[in-house]
Design a protein around this ligand. Sequence first.
Ligand code: HEC
Ligand code: HEC
Ligand code: HEC
Ligand code: HEC
Ligand code: HEC
Ligand code: HEC
Ligand code: HEC
Ligand code: HEC
Length: 339
Amino acid sequence: MRFGFPGQVRIFLAGGVVLSSLLIALAIPARAGVSMIYPEPGTSVGDSRHLVLKLGNTELTSVVVAVNGVASDPLPVGTVEYRRAFRDFLILQPLWDKGKNHLTVDTFVGDKKQESFTADIYYAPKGETLDVPKEFRPAVMHRPEADELCVPCHNMKPSMKQVIDVPDKDNACYSCHKRMANQKYVHGPVGTYSCAYCHVLQGTPLYATPKRDTKLCYGCHQEKEKELKGYKFLHGPVAAGMCEICHDSHGSDYPAQLRMPINKLCLSCHEQIATSIHVTTLGGGESHPLADRTDPSDRGKGRELSCVSCHDAHGGKARYYFVTGNDNKMELCQMCHKK
Ligand code: HEC
Ligand code: HEC
Ligand code: HEC
Ligand code: HEC
Ligand code: HEC
Ligand code: HEC
Ligand code: HEC
Ligand code: HEC
């Protein structure tokens, strides 16, 4: 199945909404037809996180959603529990195909088909180079008219305190963005849903990030700023202040929230290293290994050999940013090849 319901269906009381008011609202049947709140039809996304639909009819019993012809099982949206929790909203985690996606939503009362809704969405995964055709503008969730629809059940105008001082479930961003922390390496402030340290709570567009790169990162990583200021040589992208080119602000599957595995990241700018002799020529004319071995040095702590076994990714006291902190190549060799 390509879709999952968001967690279990249970009564949701965020933002001070009490059950009785939810029930009163429920008593008024809405009949408008399916609308796609996020992503809007004809937009592009860089992530495959959520699909938010408003069904516009509280008498429907099931919905079938299909992406590029692959259909979900009938999703039972007609139960009392479902209606109480989600009313006529359907929130799914889609698995978009790369490129253009044709979405179809069929709604049913019993066996009787009610409405068919279709839309095209373009999926260009973040970090991959895939040109989005011009007709697909980027999807935006937090438009005033969309946010307003969520107010009955979610806190859409949180104070700084409700976001920063609340680390988990009661956090105003958590209720919708909990999946943000479903990554192997989660950045500290994302793990505590302190989104508002980087995203401002006012302004248009909402939740913008006016500070970027060093201006953003050094706000909390003063120790790193001091360390880097002490370096004699700064690595090109670091000297240019581009922290985000290597680190994802939220998290990733790689240590230090790197956007790619280390060697792939380094080679994305230093392609020639992959095809030339590096470090030294071994017997047979091969290059010294740069991966697929264990780093035998004390510093390596059993990690896989990689570019950062020898080079500091940020810069250093020596040319080529040797991790030994000096220019002596022999000393670098001896770090791993002790006689
Ligand atoms: C009738 C109440 C209701 C309304 C209105 C509503 N939601 Fe929700 N939403 C819920 C409930 C209940 C949950 C589940 C909360 C939980 O599991 O803690 C939820 C969870 C979510 C999640 C998290 C899903 C996941 O597990 O990743 C997202 C995203 C979401 N809602 C988006 C929206 C958006 C966007 C709107 C407005 C367009 C909206 N919701 C309007 C009730 C509602
Ligand atoms: C009602 C649910 C809901 C709540 C509450 C919510 N968001 Fe979102 N937000 C979404 C959805 C859905 C998206 C689309 C991307 C996704 O699914 O992750 C989104 C996208 C965003 C984006 C990308 C720009 C955009 O508008 O598409 C930012 C930034 C963001 N949210 C920040 C926040 C912050 C910060 C908070 C807490 C103050 C918050 N959101 C609370 C549902 C919500
Ligand atoms: C350390 C700073 C920082 C923190 C903390 C942070 N963000 Fe972001 N976020 C950014 C920056 C910078 C961008 C824009 C860069 C980009 O698009 O990759 C961004 C972009 C986004 C986007 C749009 C791009 C995408 O990845 O979908 C969403 C959604 C988002 N943030 C949600 C959140 C939520 C929700 C939280 C809290 C759980 C959060 N952010 C915490 C810095 C941060
Ligand atoms: C709101 C404060 C805050 C901001 C802004 C911030 N960080 Fe962090 N960062 C933290 C916290 C807290 C941790 C987790 C504690 C730790 O491991 O040091 C962390 C951890 C990290 C780590 C992992 C450290 C490790 O030892 O694995 C990296 C890498 C990192 N941040 C990079 C960045 C980059 C790059 C930026 C700018 C895009 C940034 N941070 C912005 C607070 C912040
Ligand atoms: C060329 C890619 C690249 C750039 C640019 C970069 N980093 Fe890193 N950073 C790395 C790598 C790789 C690691 C992991 C090093 C390791 O595992 O030995 C790392 C680790 C870190 C860590 C955690 C471990 C440590 O060394 O303290 C922090 C914090 C950090 N970077 C912050 C930053 C900040 C702030 C910037 C911008 C000034 C930045 N980085 C720019 C590649 C980069
Ligand atoms: C975003 C592009 C980019 C990424 C990613 C990148 N570098 Fe660089 N690197 C540069 C630039 C630009 C320079 C400066 C070039 C110059 O001075 O000739 C540089 C310089 C270097 C130098 C010094 C070269 C010299 O001749 O003095 C080393 C060593 C190096 N990088 C290693 C790495 C390692 C290791 C990684 C991965 C952790 C990495 N680079 C990732 C762009 C990048
Ligand atoms: C075993 C240690 C070691 C590893 C692993 C290593 N390097 Fe190097 N690297 C060196 C040494 C030694 C030099 C200095 C070369 C010289 O003096 O001729 C160097 C020089 C460089 C330079 C500058 C000179 C040039 O050839 O352009 C770059 C860029 C560089 N390395 C990138 C990388 C990247 C990218 C990786 C990972 C794919 C990597 N290195 C892995 C030891 C290493
Ligand atoms: C970060 C650790 C590290 C550094 C620094 C390093 N090497 Fe290696 N070297 C290795 C590993 C791991 C192997 C593969 C050993 C194996 O396959 O069993 C290797 C293999 C070799 C071999 C092949 C023969 C053997 O011992 O297996 C030679 C020759 C060699 N290195 C020379 C050098 C020279 C010269 C330098 C300094 C310019 C250097 N190495 C720096 C880790 C390192």
